[in-house]
Ligand binder design. Structure first.
Ligand code: GLY
Length: 581
C-alpha cells in the first residue's frame, strides 16, 4: 500500500480506543440466532436439532459433535458421511485445545502414478469417479476417538437419532432436494447408489418425498453395537473391499484394519489480539489462514473499508503468496517436513508484505518455485456448550456424493478424496489447484486438505467458532468470515453471508461472487492489473456455519454484551439451521 501513514494513524487510534469504526458494514442479513446455554449450527436442520437435544440432556459439545456427525451422514448425504474423512478442532472449557485428524489415507496399494497413462498423462476421471478414487475412510474411528476421550455419553445414545432417521426416513425440503441437484446422472451409474438416492426409474427425489436408507440404518446399528470394529474389522469393511475389487479399486482389508486417528497440535496464531486455533497439516487450512492473517495485519483493513479496491488488493496479494506455499510446501506430516513455523511467522509475513506493490497486481508465474511445473462438497458444523467447550468439525466426501459409489448392502457413500493428492505435478485437480511433490501419492499417506475448522478466542475466552466447505476456497471463506467480524464490524450472520473473493495463485485470476465488488472497484482493480472474474455458481462459494460468543458483533460486545451465543448458518445453505437453547 502507498504511504499508509495517515491511515495507519487512524487505524492505530481505532485499535487504541478499542472502538468499532463508524463505517461498520451493514450487510442485509437476517438476525443471528441467539441462545444462552448452547448452540449448534449445521448444514441440515434435523442434524442441528439432534445436536441441541444432546446438549439439553447434559451431553457436552463433543458428544453433540459425534451425534451431529452421524446424523449428517443420513440427512446430508452430499457431504455428511461415514465413508469420507474429516477434522475436529476442540477448545475445552479450560482453554486447552486439540485437533483430531480422521481424514482418508491412501490405500497401501496406491502408487504415485496411479492416475497416469503409460505416456504419463492424467487419465480423466480416475481420481474422481469410482473405487480407484476412494481413500480409506476415517469418521467412524474419529468420532469414537473424540467420544471415548472427551465425550460423556455412550455411543449407542449418540448414534440412535441417526439410525431412526435412516430407518424411518425424513421428508425432503427444498434445500435437501437442491443438494441433489445435477447429481442424477452420476448416481445412476452405480446401481447401489441409485437404488438409495434415486427413485425407481432413475428420477431424483422431489420436495415432500421421503428418503429412507435401510442399509445405512443397518450399518449404523452394527457400529452402535460393536463400535468402530464393525466398520474397520467386520462386515462393512468386507463389503467395501469386495465391491472395490469387483469394480477396479485397490482397497484391501489391511487398509481398514490399520486405520488410525491422529491427535495433533492445532496451528495457532494471533491476529490483532485474537487467538486463532485451526487445522495443522495434513490440512493446509490453519497454516494458510494464519499466513494470510499475518500479512493482512500490516494493513488497516478496517479503515480502508470492506470491499474497497485497496482492501481487496491487499487480500488478493496475501492470498496469492500464501497459496504458493499451500500448493508447493505442505503435505502429510508423516511423509514430509512442513515448514509450519516459518509460514506462520510474523517476520515471514513482513517479508511478503515488502514484496507486495501498492496498487499493482503481482504476477503468479513470477512466484513459481524452482523445479515446479506448472461445488464442491464438504460440510462444516460449529458447536458450543454451556460450559464453554467449543467444537469445529469439517468433514467431507470431497466431491458431491464423493466417488458416487455405495458398496452393496452398506448404504455408505464413499469418498473421492484421492483427487486431493497431486495426481500429476503441475496439473490442476477438481478445485483447479496446481500442486507439487509434497502432496504426491504414497501408500498410507493422507492427501493435503484445505479444511479449516477454526476456533477464535479473545482474552482466554471463546469468541468465534467458524468453518466452511468449498474445496480450495475453504481457506479464504473461513478467513473472510473472521476479518468481516474483526475488521469490518459485521455481525456473525452478515459475516458468513457477505459476498466473497478468492485467489489461489494459479490460475492467476481473482474470483468474485456476484455483487461482491462494484463496477467502479472492479475498474480500479483492473487498472492495477488484476483479472477479476465473476463466478456465479453459488455451490462453489461454500456454506459457512459460525458462532459468535458474547454478542452478535464487536459493537454489541464492546457495549457490554448481547446474547451469550449467536449462531449463523450461511444463507447460501437451503436446509441448514442454527439452533440454540
Ligand atoms: N476435499 C476438500 C479438502 O479436504 O480440502
Amino acid at each position: 500500500m502507498r504511504s499508509p501513514s495517515l491511515k495507519s494513524l487512524s487505524f492505530a487510534l481505532i485499535v487504541a480506543l478499542g472502538t468499532v469504526p463508524p463505517w461498520t458494514a451493514q450487510a442485509a442479513s437476517p438476525e443471528p440466532v441467539k441462545a444462552e446455554h448452547g448452540m449448534v449450527v449445521t448444514a441440515q436442520h434435523l442434524a442441528s436439532d439432534i445436536g441441541v437435544e444432546v446438549l439439553k440432556k447434559g451431553g457436552n459439545a463433543i458428544d453433540a459433535a459425534v451425534a451431529v456427525g452421524y446424523a449428517l451422514a443420513v440427512v446430508y448425504p452430499t457431504a455428511g458421511n461415514i465413508g469420507g474423512g474429516g477434522f475436529m478442532t476442540i477448545r475445552f472449557k479450560d482453554g486447552k485445545t486439540t485437533f483430531l485428524d480422521f481424514r482418508e489415507r491412501a490405500p497401501l496399494a496406491a502408487t504415485k502414478s496411479m492416475y497416469l497413462d503409460d505416456k504419463g498423462n492424467l487419465v480423466k476421471g480416475l481420481s474422481t469417479n469410482g473405487y480407484l478414487a476412494v481413500g480409506v475412510p476415517g469418521p467412524v474411528m474419529g468420532f469414537e476417538h473424540a467420544r471415548s476421550r472427551y465425550g460423556t455419553r455412550p455411543l449407542k445414545e449418540l448414534i440412535a437419532p441417526a439410525i431412526k432417521l435412516a430407518e424411518e426416513g425424513f421428508v425432503l425440503e427444498q434445500g435437501d432436494v437442491e443438494s441433489f441437484d445435477g447429481r442424477t446422472e452420476r448416481l445412476a451409474k452405480d446401481p447401489a447408489a441409485a437404488a438409495i438416492f434415486l427413485k425407481p426409474g432413475g428420477k431424483p427425489f422431489a420436495v415432500g418425498e421421503k428418503l429412507v436408507q435401510a442399509d445405512l440404518a443397518a450399518s449404523l446399528s452394527s457400529i452402535a453395537e460393536k463400535g468402530p470394529d464393525a466398520f474397520y474389522k467386520g462386515a462393512i469393511a468386507d463389503a467395501i473391499v469386495k465391491a472395490s475389487a469387483e469394480k477396479g479399486g485397490i482397497l484391501a482389508k489391511k487398509d481398514f484394519e490399520q486405520y488410525a486417528v491422529r491427535e495433533l497440535e492445532p496451528v495457532k496464531c494471533n491476529y490483532r489480539g485474537y487467538d486463532i486455533v485451526s487445522s495443522p497439516p495434513p490440512s493446509s487450512g490453519g497454516v494458510i489462514i494464519c499466513e494470510i492473517l499475518n500479512i493482512l495485519e500490516g494493513y488497516p483493513l478496517s479503515y480502508l473499508g470492506y470491499g474497497s479496491a485497496e482492501t481487496v488488493h491487499a487480500m488478493i496479494e496475501a492470498m496469492r503468496h500464501a497459496y504458493v506455499d499451500r500448493n508447493t510446501a505442505l503435505g502429510d506430516p508423516d511423509f514430509v517436513e512442513n515448514p509450519v513455523s516459518k509460514l506462520t511467522d510474523k517476520a515471514y509475513a513482513k517479508e511478503i508484505r515488502d514484496k507486495i506493490e501498492p496498487f499493482r497486481a503481482g504476477v503468479s508465474q513470477a512466484l513459481m518455485p524452482a523445479g515446479f511445473a506448472e461445488s464442491k462438497e464438504t460440510t462444516h458444523y460449529s458447536i458450543i456448550d454451556d460450559d464453554g467447550n467449543a467444537v469445529a468439525v469439517t468433514y467431507t466426501l470431497n466431491g458431491s456424493f464423493g466417488a458416487g459409489v455405495v458398496a452393496p448392502g452398506t448404504g455408505i457413500l464413499l469418498n473421492n478424496e484421492m483427487d486431493d493428492f497431486t495426481a500429476k505435478p503441475g496439473a490442476p485437480n477438481l478445485y483447479g489447484l496446481v500442486q507439487g511433490e509434497a502432496n504426491a501419492i504414497a501408500p498410507g499417506k493422507t492427501p493435503l486438505s484445505s479444511m479449516s475448522p477454526t476456533i477464535v478466542s479473545k482474552d482466554g475466552k471463546p469468541f468465534m467458532v467458524i468453518g466452511s466447505p468449498g474445496g480450495a476456497r475453504i481457506i479464504t471463506i473461513t478467513l473472510e468470515a473472521i476479518i468481516n467480524v474483526i475488521d469490518h464490524g459485521m455481525n456473525i450472520q452478515e459475516a458468513v453471508d457477505a459476498p466473497r473473493l478468492h485467489h489461489q495463485w494459479l490460475p492467476d485470476k481473482v474470483f468474485m461472487e456476484p455483487y461482491a465488488l462494484s463496477p467502479d472497484t472492479r475498474k480500479l482493480l483492473a487498472a492495477m492489473g488484476h483479472d477479476v472474474q465473476i463466478d456465479e455458481s453459488w455451490k462453489i462459494w461454500g456454506q459457512a456455519t459460525g458462532i459468535l460468543v458474547g454478542g452478535e458483533n464487536l459493537e454489541e460486545i464492546g457495549a457490554g454484551g448481547g446474547a451469550r451465543f449467536n449462531g449463523a448458518v450461511d444463507s447460501r445453505i437451503g436446509a441448514g439451521a442454527a439452533r440454540g437453547y
